[in-house]
Ligand binder design. Structure first.
Ligand code: CA
Length: 706
């Protein structure tokens, strides 16, 4: 029998397809998660395994052959905003979320898109994010993919088709809550927190039935109106434990304690740990008459996983006024400390201390500064668990320089623990500081980022008595020790670093191949770097077309080990604008393997400066524009109009030369769908034109300094 050549090709393709198409979609259950270490080819949960080690048992890639590590494939996302997701990879399929909470299912061998889901997040929700419209990932469980959207919905998708199965409203649509964190799953429940600590309100965690989307329990992390119970499982501990640590009248906006990043399920105790953010307003004088611990802000709280019942808490920064969120990833491990086996929880929050807690009781085992320059507390009393706060760190009428900075010695960026080396790996910043000063008064305005403090770079000239701004500027001089970014391998038993090496970067991945991978930014471009896990010696690096602000993961298909990560500049660094401003390109999912043959696109070209408008405005108009800009625009478009161009650098905006176009955007909300809402309600008439005057002035300066 003769077979036409075309048919042979078709048959071959069909055979290839049958052999290669992923057969199973999202078939992860509790039993499989519990044995995740036996399946190193998969990355089944956010933290890699049940104890959230972010450690891959794969060792094919190692210091001896890493020179052969090359791009395997990449997939372009349809968004240019920051990418903070941790992909989930199971049975040859990678599930990844992007900015604006979109979801991709991808063939992990080829990078071919299998399906795509866009939850159509409201563009105007974007203004309620402190740090970009990011998503840190999905959860995959029992044939479904769970994604939390930036406008505070939780959606279950069919893992094979990407079609929605159910959707739940985690927070009311007219609220200032957002969600950037990844859902977590265990025991038939999906857990999700929320964000919004710049805009007021109380943080909470919700548990939904994974099958039906029905709310099972909710735990609020800070007390509400003492006269009105929430009817939630948190009512009792809030009344008896938290409320006595708050002072002054209740207001609808006060609270904080948002669980915007880390949650970990602990099968040993069937409990869920939640990690809470700082309080709102940020300065305790506006929140609690300047006194009290303000539970459960800046804390780790252990809850019964099935019911949400309170079990224990440990507060890291009592009464915080420094933005010391305790939201860093929590890592669980069985450690032998002083000859005794301990079920430990390790944590490296913004406040600069490496905490080891006993998971059975919540009692502090040890707390040591993991970087130099931790000045807010002299140490932590191991008997009481309380920090010895330096009285000089409290600020009221005078500006005070405190270390670490409000950005933290380490924030949400993923950390890793290697059972092989016994070391905990994190990228951190030593000797960072912020100058803090409370505002003279606090006035809540819904939807406006108002924290109640000045800190470096965020004050609004003219918005308050000018002397305050002057004092703050003055206090910044003379410069202190420059901040030092480090990669740290911390020995949690010896309570000291095994090694440190200077390294900028983001989150980390540890592997059984004696490697630690670290992603980093080169402006809006990026670089993946590898270090030996035992010594910290850098052994390899490779450029990527987009910045890496999250952590890689590792998986294997057909016996080949891959390193995979979402790339795309943005997040908290969205404001950082240097002299080298580039065109902003869509983010990508990028995979590396030994002898990979993938081709990555070139670096984006410089973004041109356009000729500034010819018009000139009175100095008072420019000054008023500077004021509005600092209050309303700087958070996304960059302090003093210096932007990385992830959110447009307005000095380079085509709209700047046109009064009607500018007005249509700033007052008319013409670009609402992209996140640029109308600010007309927040300014007097003429405000938008004043902003244009100020930005034009800055554009002229930029042009002149070229
Ligand atoms: Ca915060």
């Amino acid at each position: 029998m003769k077979i036409a050549p075309a048919l042979i090709v078709l048959l071959a393709l069909a055979g290839l397809g049958a052999a290669r198409a992923p057969a199973r979609f999202g078939q992860i259950d509790d039993a499989r998660i519990a044995r995740a270490d036996a399946e190193p080819q998969n990355w089944m949960v956010h933290g890699g395994d049940q104890q959230a080690h972010r450690f891959s048992g794969l060792d094919q890639i190692n210091p001896g052959n890493i020179a052969r590590l090359k791009p395997a494939w990449s997939l372009e996302f349809d968004t240019k905003r920051g990418q903070e997701a941790t992909p989930i990879v199971v049975d040859g399929v990678a599930y990844v979320t992007t900015a604006w909470s979109k979801v991709y299912a991808v063939d992990a061998r080829t990078g071919r898109r299998l399906w795509f889901y866009d939850p159509k997040v409201r563009g105007d929700a974007g203004v309620f994010g402190c740090c970009d419209v990011v998503s840190r990932g999905a959860a995959v469980y029992r044939g479904r993919v769970y994604v939390a959207t930036f406008d505070a919905r939780l959606i279950a998708l069919n893992a094979r088709t990407g079609k929605p199965v159910w959707s739940a409203e985690v927070a009311p649509a007219d609220s200032t809550y957002t969600i950037s964190g990844a859902p977590r799953v265990a025991g038939g429940l999906v857990y999700i927190g929320n964000a919004g600590g710049e805009f007021g309100g109380r943080g909470y965690v919700s548990a939904y039935d994974a099958g039906t989307g029905k709310l099972v329990w909710r735990f609020f992390t800070t007390p509400g109106d003492p006269a009105k119970a929430d009817g939630a499982i948190s009512d009792e501990p809030l009344k008896t434990i938290a409320q006595p640590t708050w002072f002054g009248p209740h207001t609808d906006y006060r609270g904080g304690g948002h669980v915007w990043n880390s949650m970990v399920y602990d099968a040993d105790f069937d409990q869920l740990y939640i990690a809470t953010g700082n309080g709102y307003p940020w300065h305790r004088k506006f929140r609690s008459e300047g006194r009290g611990d303000n539970l459960f802000i800046s804390s780790i709280v252990a809850l019964d996983a099935k019911t949400g019942r309170y079990k224990w808490h440990y507060q890291e920064t009592p009464g915080d006024s420094w933005d010391y969120d305790a939201i860093a990833d929590m890592i669980l491990a069985d450690l032998t400390i002083d000859g005794r086996p301990r079920k430990a929880l390790m944590h490296t929050p913004k406040n600069g201390f490496f905490y080891v807690l006993d998971r059975a009781t919540g009692k502090l085992i040890s707390a040591d500064p993991f970087v130099s320059g931790v000045t807010w507390a002299k140490g932590v009393d191991l008997a009481t668990g309380r920090p010895q706060v330096d009285p000089a760190a409290y600020f009221d009428t005078e500006p005070v320089r405190v270390g670490p900075s409000g950005g933290g010695a380490h924030s949400w960026q993923p950390t890793a623990f290697s059972p092989r080396t016994g070391l905990f790996y994190l990228q951190a910043v030593a000797d960072s500081t912020s100058i803090f000063l409370p505002k003279t008064r606090f006035e809540y305005r819904k939807g406006v980022d108002n924290t109640g403090i000045y800190s470096w770079g965020t004050h609004a000239p003219g918005a308050e008595p000018p002397a305050e701004g002057g004092i703050l500027e003055g206090a910044l001089r003379p410069p202190t020790t420059p901040a030092r970014p480090l990669l740290i391998a911390w020995d949690p038993v010896a309570r000291q670093p095994a090694w440190t090496t200077p390294a900028t970067g983001s989150g980390v991945l540890a592997t059984a191949g004696n490697l630690v991978f670290l992603g980093r930014s080169r402006n809006v471009m990026g670089e993946l770097v590898a270090f030996r896990a035992d010594t910290g010696v850098e052994v390899w690096k490779h450029p990527t077309p987009n910045a890496i602000i999250t952590a890689p993961v590792s998986y294997a298909v057909d016996g080949e080990q891959y390193i995979l990560m979402a790339t795309g500049a943005g997040g908290g660094a969205i404001l950082a604008g240097g002299p080298d401003v580039r065109e902003n390109r869509p983010g990508r999912l990028v995979a590396f393997k030994l002898d990979g043959k993938g081709v990555l696109p070139p670096d984006p070209p410089p973004a041109p400066l356009l000729p500034p408008p010819e018009e000139h405005w009175p100095a008072a108009t420019v000054l008023a524009g500077e004021d509005h800009y600092a209050q309303l625009c700087a958070r996304c478009h960059g302090v003093r109009v210096r932007s990385s161009n992830i959110v447009p650098d307005l000095r380079r905006s085509k709209a700047l030369a046109s009064k009607p176009l500018w007005s249509a955007i700033v007052e008319g909300g013409a670009l609402k769908a992209t996140g640029m809402v109308s600010w007309a309600a927040y300014m007097p008439p003429g405000g938008a034109e004043a902003i244009r005057a100020y930005v034009a002035e800055e554009a002229r300066k930029a042009q002149a300094s070229r």
